[in-house]
Write a protein that binds this ligand. Structure first.
Ligand SMILES: NC(=O)C1=CN([C@@H]2O[C@H](COP(=O)(O)OP(=O)(O)OC[C@H]3O[C@@H](n4cnc5c(N)ncnc54)[C@H](OP(=O)(O)O)[C@@H]3O)[C@@H](O)[C@H]2O)C=CC1
Ligand SMILES: O=C(CO)[C@H](O)[C@H](O)COP(=O)(O)O
Length: 475
């Protein structure tokens, strides 16, 4: 097949695909672009005349493939699931051995593993790559988590290192491991993103329902927090969200937004995988569950009526320096615990699938470009950089002191919220995980006794080796 001139191609000119293509074009790469609705591909070129020379829209997939240099690199940026399978099925007959297809959308990593297997034997390569940073990230510098066979990365690396976000000149992109590794890591990124967002929303709930603050005052507090330990993109945008007024009504925009969170499934994938691996990512789970409950608005309305008179204590929160500092400390501590859970899931997946995930590198490439970017991730990167195995972030010397100090604030905030009837499911899940994690003598001995009584499942004893079954009294 004749060679074209485009260095790379992007299929799917939605929010992410169009911006990723423009980012590539701006960095000097010739980019072929194609879209199910072809007009959009031409609009990407025509709406950006300064980059038009590097944007090559194609009416059809055949034209798209013809416009690519060999070996061809075609990046999908379409919704997860069937759209990726459909686009792959159309593209494969047009490609040749040595060409590479990249799914850069969010994907269930199990689909990525399956797709990698499906192309085996064709000579065509397939890679799953997580991209984070939203619209602006895609346009000016996302964080990218690349999976797939190691030998496919050189085909992508020159483009990705140029378009990636930079943290102190270091590009936020890396090859993380074979087959589904890139999409697995992106999935955990999103699970952590859900937890971060939920915990921020819970603190907002305390400020709104416990402290009766106006959003503009809350914005001030979040802006202040953004100058210290919590400094991050999500805290920064929260202040912007809270400060915004609706032009028509002059009311705070957040007060006009319906309290039902959307979700596209990535957080759910994260907690499903954590469960499959036997890792308790309970803070992430609480965040996913809270989004689910938020969407049952009518049902919540009915329950609110049924329980309107239940006894709760007056909220013991204070809108002063000490009160805000307590909330800040609680949020920092719960955040460390949530990240510890996400990292535990990645460590476990790495062992389970033999990926050898570079956990320190993952923290490094999340320091800029992605939605959970923060200075805090630099601390995690440093914790993994010391050459020793980090069993769990909560055991890392760099974090033990911080959690030991902050846990009292988290405990007080969860207790006060609970007594005051203000829901804090993710914060309390973080605290419960911490207390369970640090307890030497747990309570699973009783569960083992129960299992043995009803199912002869056996148990182990401290005072002898091997599994034993006890003859419990008949019930
Ligand atoms: N938005 C975000 O912040 C982020 C999104 N992602 C992921 O990136 C991917 C794309 O998301 P985003 O750009 O936001 O989505 P958009 O909805 O903005 O765009 C979707 C694109 O996919 C095309 N498409 C939709 N369905 C099909 C189909 N069945 N076959 C072929 N093409 C199809 C659409 O074409 P048409 O114009 O014809 O409708 C459109 O170009 C998703 O996997 C998403 O999860 C990842 C990180 C951040
Ligand atoms: O991947 C992303 C950010 O990292 C996307 O914005 C994703 O859509 C966010 O997930 P959800 O839509 O479920 O909130």
């Amino acid at each position: 097949m004749a060679n074209g001139t485009a260095d790379i191609g992007v299929i799917g000119m939605g929010v992410m695909g169009a911006n990723l293509a423009l980012n590539m074009a701006e960095k000097g790469f010739k980019v072929a672009v194609q879209n199910r609705t072809p007009d959009k591909a031409f609009a990407v070129r025509d709406d950006n005349p300064e980059l038009a020379a590097n944007v090559l829209p194609a009416e059809t997939l055949e034209d798209f493939v013809k416009s690519l240099k060999s070996p061809r690199v075609a990046v999908f940026m379409v919704p997860a699931g069937k759209p990726v399978d459909d686009e792959m099925a159309k593209l494969i007959p047009l490609l040749e051995a040595g060409d590479l297809m990249v799914d850069a959308g969010n994907a269930d990593f199990n689909d990525t593993v399956r797709r990698t297997k499906e192309v085996e034997g064709t000579g065509i390569k397939f890679t799953g790559m997580g991209v984070s940073g939203g619209e602006l990230g895609a346009r000016h510098g996302p964080s990218m988590m690349v999976g797939g066979a190691r030998d496919t990365y050189p085909l992508l690396e020159p483009v990705l290192t140029k378009i990636a976000a930079k943290y102190k000149d270091q590009p936020c992109v890396a090859w993380l491991g074979p087959d589904g590794a890139g999409h697995f890591v992106k999935t955990i990124h999103n699970g952590i993103e859900y937890a971060d967002m939920q915990m921020i929303a819970e603190i907002y709930g305390i400020m709104r329902d416990g402290l009766k603050l106006e959003p503009a005052k809350m914005a001030e507090v979040f802006r202040d927090w953004n100058t210290r330990e919590l400094s991050s993109y999500l805290i920064e945008i929260t202040a912007v969200n809270l400060d915004e007024k609706d032009l028509e009504t002059d009311r705070p925009m957040v007060d006009l937004i319906v309290d039902e969170a959307g979700q596209k499934g990535t957080g759910r994938w994260a907690v499903i995988e954590a469960q499959k691996l036997g890792v308790g990512a309970t803070t992430l789970e609480a965040a996913v569950a809270a989004r689910g409950l938020s969407s049952r608005r009518d049902e919540r309305g009915e329950a609110a009526k049924l329980y309107s008179g239940v006894e709760t204590a007056p909220a013991q929160f204070f809108a002063d320096e000490a009160g805000f500092s307590e909330l800040e400390s609680a949020l920092v501590t719960a955040k460390i615990i949530a990240y510890a859970q996400g990292y535990a899931a990645m460590a476990s997946a790495s062992d389970e699938f033999g990926w050898n995930l570079p956990l320190g590198t993952i923290a490094e490439i999340w320091r800029a470009g992605c939605i959970i970017r923060s200075h805090f991730l630099d601390d995690i990167a440093k914790a993994y950089d010391k050459g020793q195995r980090v069993v769990n972030i909560l055991q890392s010397p760099d974090f033990v002191g911080r959690v030991a100090k902050g846990q009292a604030a988290l405990r007080r905030v969860v207790a006060k919220a609970s007594l005051g009837g203000i829901p804090v499911p993710a914060l309390s899940a973080a605290l419960a995980y911490f207390d369970d994690y640090r307890r030497e003598r747990g309570t699973a001995n009783l569960i083992q006794a129960q299992r043995d009584l009803f199912g002869a499942h056996t148990f182990r004893r401290f005072d002898r080796d091997g599994a034993v079954h006890h003859h419990w009294p008949a019930v």
